[in-house]
Design a protein around this ligand. Structure first.
Ligand code: UDP
Ligand code: MG
Length: 324
C-alpha cells in the first residue's frame, strides 16, 4: 500500500464518552503510548456525548499537552450510536478506528488491526471477543441471544461477538456517511456494506472504573433497532400469528355450534372468555409490531439530525463550554 503524503492523518481513533470521568485517565494512559508508537500521524477524536460529569473538563486538560487530541462535544446526550456517527462524520484519517471509552476492548490491539488492514488491503477489521468471562452471566446470555438473532435476520456476514471495536478504511467510512439511515446500528450496517474484512480476537476485560452506560432499557432499544432496521420478518410474524389465531378460532366456532346443537350453551363461558382474551392479545402484539415499523418510518420522514455538535476543537472560534 502506498505511503500517505507527509502530515496526512493515517489513523483517526474515535471514542464516544458519556460520563466517563472515572475511566478517562486510565484510558489516556493506555491509548496515548500505543498511538504514539504507531509512528504515523494520528488524531484521537473524543466525542463527548453530553456528559454531565467532569469528562469535558478532563478532556480540555488533556488537550493542553496533546495536540493530536480533538474534542467533539455534542450538545446533549444522543446515545452511543449517534456519538459514533458524530465521530465518523468528523474524523479525517485514512483509517478510522472506533473504541469504547471503558477499556473493555484493548487499545493495544490497534497496531495489529492497522497492520492487518494495510498489508492485506482490507477495508474493515473487526475486533472479536474471544472470551467474555469478565461480563456478567446475564450480559453473556443476552449477547449470545442477540448475535444469534441478528445473524439470522441480517445475514451471517455479521460476525458474532463483534461490538463497536473496529477499524474502517476511508472508503468504508464514506460509504457509511452516504447512508440515509437514522437509527444506526453499526455492528450490522458495517458488515452489510460488503467490503473485504478481517478480524482480530481479544479477551474482553471488565470495566476498570465507572458503570455501564447500557442499562437494560438501552439494550432492548439496540435489539429492537437491530431487528427493525434489517428485517421485515416480524411483520410477517404478525400475519402468521393472525393465521394461527384464525385456525384456533375456527375450531372453537365448530365446538360452539356443536354445543349449541346439543343444547349445552351455558358451559361455553370459559372457552368464550379465553377466545376473547386470546384474540385481544394477538391483536395487541400485531399492532405493537406495526408501531415499531411506523415509528421507524416516522423518524426517517422527520429526517432530523441525530446529534448536534456544540464544539469541535478542530474548528477555531467555537466555545468549549456555553457561558454560565
Ligand atoms: N456511550 C455514549 N453515549 C451513551 C451511552 C454510552 O457515548 O449515551 C459510550 C460510553 O461512554 C462507552 C461506550 O458508549 O464509551 C459503550 O458504553 P458502555 O461501555 O457503558 O456499554 P457496555 O460495554 O456496558 O455495553
Ligand atoms: Mg463497555
Amino acid at each position: 500500500m502506498a505511503e500517505e503524503p507527509d502530515g496526512t492523518i493515517v489513523l483517526s481513533v474515535v471514542i464516544p464518552m458519556y460520563n466517563e470521568e472515572e475511566v478517562l485517565p486510565a484510558l489516556v494512559s493506555r491509548v496515548r503510548p500505543v498511538l504514539a508508537d504507531l509512528g504515523v500521524p494520528y488524531e484521537l477524536v473524543a466525542v463527548d456525548d453530553g456528559s454531565t460529569d467532569r469528562t469535558a473538563e478532563l478532556l480540555a486538560a488533556f488537550r493542553l499537552g496533546w495536540p493530536e487530541l480533538r474534542v467533539v462535544a455534542l450538545r446533549r446526550n444522543s446515545g452511543h450510536q449517534a456519538a459514533l456517527t458524530a465521530g465518523l462524520d468528523r474524523a479525517v484519517g485514512a483509517y478510522v478506528l472506533t473504541l469504547d471509552a471503558d477499556l473493555q476492548d484493548p487499545p493495544e490491539k490497534i497496531p495489529e488491526m492497522l497492520a492487518l488492514a494495510r498489508t492485506e488491503g482490507l477495508d474493515i477489521v473487526y475486533g472479536v471477543r474471544a472470551d467474555r468471562s469478565s461480563d456478567t452471566g446475564f450480559k453473556r446470555w443476552t449477547a449470545t441471544a442477540y448475535y444469534r438473532l441478528v445473524r439470522r435476520l441480517a445475514g451471517s456476514q455479521v460476525p458474532a461477538q463483534a461490538g463497536d471495536f473496529r477499524l474502517l478504511s476511508r472508503a468504508a467510512v464514506d460509504a457509511l456517511k452516504a447512508l440515509p439511515d437514522q437509527q444506526r446500528v453499526y455492528r450490522l450496517l458495517v458488515p452489510w456494506l460488503g467490503f473485504p474484512s478481517g478480524q482480530v480476537t481479544y479477551e474482553r476485560a471488565p470495566r476498570p472504573a465507572g458503570t455501564t452506560k447500557y442499562p437494560l432499557g438501552r439494550m432492548i432499544r439496540l435489539a429492537v433497532d437491530s431487528i427493525t432496521g434489517f428485517s421485515a420478518a416480524p411483520l410477517r410474524l404478525a400475519t402468521w400469528l393472525g393465521v394461527g389465531a384464525f385456525l384456533i378460532c375456527a375450531g372453537l366456532l365448530v365446538y360452539t355450534l356443536v354445543a349449541y346443537a346439543l343444547g349445552r350453551t351455558v358451559p361455553g363461558w370459559t372457552s368464550l372468555f379465553t377466545g376473547v382474551l386470546f384474540i385481544g392479545a394477538v391483536q395487541l402484539v400485531c399492532v405493537g409490531l406495526l408501531g415499531e415499523y411506523v415509528a421507524r418510518i416516522y423518524t426517517a420522514v422527520q429526517n432530523r439530525p441525530t446529534y448536534f455538535v456544540r464544539h469541535d476543537s478542530a474548528t477555531p472560534g467555537t466555545v468549549p463550554r456555553p457561558a454560565p
